[in-house]
Design a protein around this ligand. Structure first.
Ligand code: PMP
Length: 359
């Protein structure tokens, strides 16, 4: 078998690694920030009926611009948005990639504030965009002044702000987003993948969209909607941004099956989001229990918790894995990240980690 070295690979891809979350089959998977709950049976049945009907039309290409799905997303998001301001792709990763293809590219720069979502630099590199990263504060928060000065220093074409931030769970103030937008001359993307898990005081960047044509708010159905396997992410922005993304998307990128599944799910938003409260309750349980075991936890508005105070995170990760519990080493010294699973999964995690602590 040949190796990568035998292939005429792009020079800038030599020596790099693919996105690194280990795919290990375990009884308790708390590593990917998935929703541990299945979608409601009734919605699942309706999706299946919709898919059966759609298969009857699958000899034809799907609608390239999927107006019905975009209308459904605008209804869900509210904030006076209309379908022309919505866009979608196969997961928000693809949406973010399209953003970089349209607004990044050779000679251009994207900026993020680490630690943050590990795909940003990978997407940037794949889209031939230079990547710059500035550090967050010691509590992982983002200070508006620091954000503005980083933007003034790097003059990025695309800025990524993650709210709440993965992998830390940290909230982001609207003030920081406004300051970032004022300081930037390029695109400002607010990635709200975990928005639905945030407490009532969460303020979405959606309300900042009017009059800010360079501001983009990205969301996903992978987390709160428990639809990670279907692959649907979406974005709200000025209609001109949507026009730009149409220049780089592959034609017919959203299959007729994906469109029907998402439209059907969005007809039942309340039912689809019933699991959010269950997940939040488990997050709160993790947040309140880990400190009593001597760990440091970071405030989290998402469906996971980053915890520190680990002398040897790799050995804790390995010991949990031996018991069939997979969490995530996100590469932050002395820290690990755990997703809020079902009550039974969180029981197993807390029980195991407390026993490890006593050893
Ligand atoms: N943004 C953030 C912050 C994420 O954590 C993730 C997935 N973990 C994504 C985007 C991409 O999710 P998806 O492609 O499933 O929508």
């Amino acid at each position: 078998m040949a190796t990568l070295d035998d292939l005429p690979l792009r020079d800038d891809l030599r020596g790099s690694n693919p996105y690194g979350a280990p795919e290990i089959s375990v009884p308790v998977a708390l590593n990917l920030n998935e929703n541990p709950n299945q979608i409601p049976q009734q919605v699942a049945r309706e999706v299946v009926e919709g898919l059966a009907e759609a298969l009857g039309r699958s000899n034809r290409y799907p609608d390239r611009d999927f107006p019905e799905l975009r209308q459904a997303f605008s209804n869900y998001l509210g904030n006076g948005l209309n379908a022309e301001q919505l866009w979608a792709a196969n997961g928000s990763n693809e949406v973010l990639f399209q953003v970089l293809l349209a607004f990044g590219g050779p000679g251009r720069t994207a900026l993020g504030f680490g630690p943050s979502y590990s795909m940003y630099p990978i997407l940037a590199r794949t889209a031939f965009t230079n990547w710059r990263e500035e550090p967050r504060g010691s509590d992982f928060s983002l200070d508006p002044v620091a954000v503005a000065s980083a933007i003034s220093a790097h003059k990025p074409d695309v800025v990524f702000l993650c709210s709440p931030n993965n992998p830390t769970g940290t909230p982001l103030s609207l003030e920081t987003i406004e300051v970032a937008y004022e300081a930037a001359t390029g695109i400002v993307v607010v990635d709200e993948a975990y928005a639905e898990f945030a407490p009532a005081q969460f303020e979405s960047a959606l309300q900042l969209l009017p009059g800010r044509e360079r501001l983009l708010v990205c969301r996903t159905m992978s987390k709160a909607f428990a639809f990670a396997g279907v692959r649907v992410g979406y974005l709200a922005a000025d209609p001109a941004v949507v026009a730009a993304l149409k220049l780089v998307r592959l034609p017919y990128h959203l299959s007729v099956l994906t469109q029907v599944a998402a439209i059907t799910a969005l007809k039942h938003v309340d039912q689809m989001l019933e699991s959010v409260q269950l997940v939040v309750a488990q997050r709160e349980r993790i947040l309140s229990t880990l400190p009593s075991l001597g760990f440091l936890v970071s405030e989290s508005w998402a469906n996971f918790v980053l915890f520190g105070g680990l002398e040897d995170p790799k050995s804790t990760f390995g010991a949990l894995l031996e018991q069939g519990i997979l969490i995530r080493d996100v590469g932050i010294a002395n820290h690990l990240r755990v997703t809020a699973g079902t009550e039974a999964e969180v029981d197993l995690f807390l029980d195991s980690i407390s026993k490890l602590r006593q050893q």
